[in-house]
Design a protein around this ligand. Structure first.
Ligand code: ADP
Length: 353
């Protein structure tokens, strides 16, 4: 998956290159810098001595020595001075320069800590925002998997207002689903409804979709010629019922006038996985992958549910993950990175491969 937010110690990441939040001297410091030097051993410092320091916003590369990565890219983030001293531009430049260096060494996987967000004082949520923005811009033109490694979860929070909104949204819906009477719950346990069957496994048959298409087919005779051309005939509707996930995905990409690459990049899915889905009519994606495509295609909630059904999944109010997805789709917010930030904040699986 091209960009992933993970919680880990960056010195443990098995990637081609890890990035170090260094200082201008490149001669070691505290925080992540100290941890990287400690894990790499003294030869890293010896090589750093030969580099002649590094400007803020720039990056230099060394070998990884005892670390499980081939390279360490040392970048120097800005010290936070309130935001009015070009901190953002400098921080963007750290990500850009580091990724260019990684590319020049043919790295396919790179892991970043949240540069500047420790001793240098950059507010963590803004630092994450810059990281995600800069990395996704680079990935629009380059094939690479980039990890943003968050070390201390407690210190990380998405914007307070957004967090509060989502939390309320979850609380309302989650409560609804869990406030059934005992008798109601017992009844459901004895006789699983279509709804619960859908949550737990593949869906056989697709009644809601047939209903969805019926009005369009019926409306066709009275519609204007233009609308009639667009209306779905019964024949088309039946064809679409038989459509697999992969076929529906490709059809929607065409209908939206997107290229395949635009779609899988927006979905945060890597090219190889997309090719697999493309070439295998019966490919069954994971739920986060299926949702990632729905988000990339900016599908409505009902279209999203339809696409999920093709892969044997449903959205339900008994899952926080599903409610968060619903929250974003209902608001027309299809920014996968923002959705992932929210999923991450609520400890849920992230979208993408
Ligand atoms: P800076 O001086 O650029 O602020 P710091 O090292 O103080 O650099 O902190 C940068 C970020 O790295 C902080 O968010 C900190 O929590 C995080 N960090 C510290 N140690 C590790 C580690 N071992 N792995 C990943 N991130 C780390």
């Amino acid at each position: 998956m091209p960009i992933q937010i993970v919680r880990n110690d960056i010195t443990k990441m098995k990637v081609d290159a890890i990035v170090n939040a260094a200082n201008n001297s490149l001669l070691g410091g505290g925080g992540v810098d100290g941890a990287i030097h400690k894990a790499a051993g003294p030869k890293l410092l010896a090589e750093c001595r030969t580099l002649g320091g590094c400007e803020t916003g720039d990056a230099k590369i060394t070998r990884g020595y005892r670390l499980p990565c081939r390279y360490v890219i040392h970048t120097v983030g800005p010290v936070w001075q309130g935001g009015g001293s070009g901190e953002r531009e400098k921080l963007i430049s750290c990500y850009k320069r580091s990724l260019e260096l990684a590319k020049s060494k043919r790295c396919e996987t790179v892991a970043f800590p949240l540069i500047s967000s420790g001793v240098y004082g950059y507010p963590k949520d803004e630092a994450l925002n810059v990281a995600v923005g800069a990395v996704s811009e680079f990935l629009a033109d380059n094939d690479m998997t980039v990890y943003i490694v968050i070390f201390d979860r407690a210190a990380y929070q998405i914007g307070e207002k957004l967090f509060k909104d989502i939390k309320e949204y979850i609380d309302d819906r989650y409560a609804d689903e869990h406030s059934d009477s005992v008798s109601e719950r017992l009844r459901r346990m004895n006789a699983p409804s279509v709804h619960t069957l859908r949550e737990n496994g593949p869906v056989f048959g697709a009644a809601p979709m047939a209903a969805d298409y019926a009005p369009a087919a019926k409306a066709a005779p009275q519609a204007s010629p233009k609308a009639a051309a667009k209306a779905i005939s019964l024949d088309d509707a039946l064809k679409q019922l038989d459509e697999s996930f992969s076929e529906m995905l490709l059809r929607k990409i065409d209908e939206r006038g997107m290229t395949d690459a635009q779609c899988y990049k927006k979905a945060n899915i890597d090219r190889k996985l997309f090719s697999k889905i493309r070439s295998d009519r019966h490919y069954k994606p994971s739920k986060p992958t299926a949702i990632a495509f729905a988000i990339a295609l900016e599908l409505s909630l009902s279209e999203t549910k339809e696409m999920l059904e093709k892969a044997g999944f449903a959205l339900s109010h008994s899952s926080k993950f599903d409610i968060i997805i619903e929250y974003f789709i209902e608001r027309g917010n299809y920014n996968i990175f923002e959705i992932n930030e929210a999923l991450f904040a609520f400890d849920q699986a992230l979208l993408g491969a």
